[in-house]
Write a protein that binds this ligand. Sequence first.
Ligand SMILES: [Zn+2]
Length: 579
Amino acid sequence: MRMSQMFAPTLREVPSEADIPSHQLMLRAGMVRKTVSGVYSYLHLGCRVVRKVEKIVREEMDRQGAQEVLMPAIQSADIWRETGRWDDYGSEMFRLKDRNGREMCLGPTHEEIITVTVRDEIRSYRQLPKILYQIQTKYRDEIRPRFGVMRSREFIMKDAYSFDRDNEGLDRSYEKMYEAYCRVFSRCGVDYRVVEADAGAIGGSQNHEFMVVSEVGEDALVFCDACGYAANVERAESAKPAERVADTEKVRTGIRKISTPGMRTIEEVTGYLKVEPRVLLKTLVYVADGTPVAAIVRGDRDLNEAKLKRVLGCRELELATPEVIERVSGAPVGFTGPVGLRERIKIVADWEATVVEDAVVGANAVDAHLVGAEYGVDYTADIVADIRNVVAGDACPRCGAELCGARGVEVGHLFKLGTKYSSALGAKYLDEGGVEHPIIMGCYGIGITRTVASVIEEHHDDDGIIWPMSVAPYQAVVMPLNTSESAQVEAAERIYSELCKHGVEAVMDDRDERPGVKFKDADLIGFPIRVIVGPKHLGDGEVEVSMRRDGTVELVKIENVAVRVKEIVDRELAALMPE
Ligand SMILES: [Zn+2]
């Protein structure tokens, strides 16, 4: 490819619409252009990177025996009604009608259609297992599309679906996809973590998220370097605190009521009493399936509603209104406490809250708190459980080492669906004895375009993108510094043609531009290797081969350049390849 002909309109200025590095750089390097909010065109360089990620994904899926298919983007509403998701999906689904008024949608995902396809063709256990996948455009009408292709309304995804006769088969399929995903993200050169996650709208029992560690990530993660435990903060378990050993020597000051006029917040109360927020216990009143309950966490902690919901086993959970709080506690918002409250409503205490000594709690009376409250003496709870958010610095629930915090971008997801879709849509098989069973399913997604953005988030500097060799749009650029010098042009042309012959994906920067412009574009686009043909070394028959990543330069004889560059390309690709 010749730079003079390439459709890669680079920008010097940082576009004001873009606020994260990958979005800025994809626009500046001429990879993408926005058409409408959350919808992008991929220009030549962007398209090449997308195709490279897709190629890696295909190779790894095929390696596990998965078979590629291609399903339509347009789907009938009927099959979505059968699983109840036509209504559940809400306004995130792009809906349309055909000329006969028949309702359709642009597929946000493909569980329904693949299940129906398999249902119509598979009859016997002999036809199982199967793993089918596609690489296709998905549509989700995000409320707030942002971060460029990171959260867009039209995006490319690889989605795979496994079909097995039993749970052991599902475990094997899941393992295969898990391994494929590890290999895909290693090969793309990203630092990823596998975390346990909530199932969300898709449902199912077990699931994992593949997260790329990134400051711009929308998910908060904790992970343990000692044992490898990693989880989404919403899902992470807190380590059980050691039992409190009663200090028999200590003389208890005892519980007493103090006046805290108008002090409702933790800051106000702890500031006034000159105590740490951890000594104050927050008592939050919720309504669980219509019944008020109290939840207690330390003042420096955040309650995790998903955990509280699981502990209570309720369907609906919401914070109580001020009226309800006043009715159950006898005091306005801000003065609720656990002492005496259990006679009126159920109390759930975070297990950490039960080991706080001389706690400060609301007095269930206006403008008053209690100090010196002890669990087991002054108050108790119906349930003691893990109901708080885990934070960095907490002990690892598996090994006790300190947890680290990070933000992550979700690039892949594995779900064990079980029979959720096969039961709803009647996808069954007959076993050896002729008995009918629902097919056991799993589903597995990779955000292709989001992976491209994540690679850039991890691999860039102030000047531009630093592509890992595996996903670079081109592997090398040949730069004659002055195109009016025939010796430079001749040497560059020879090198370019030899690189192509050696199978190196090369670009010839044949533009009549100043060297500064060529260097800036090469930095911005991020070709991993550049071959600089300049006056300094040409007299000795040599050119500079330099690396975008660290700027290292070596002088190479013109006749050896192609072999040397090919060596570097192969070495770098091999380094990214898992064993
Ligand atoms: Zn650990």
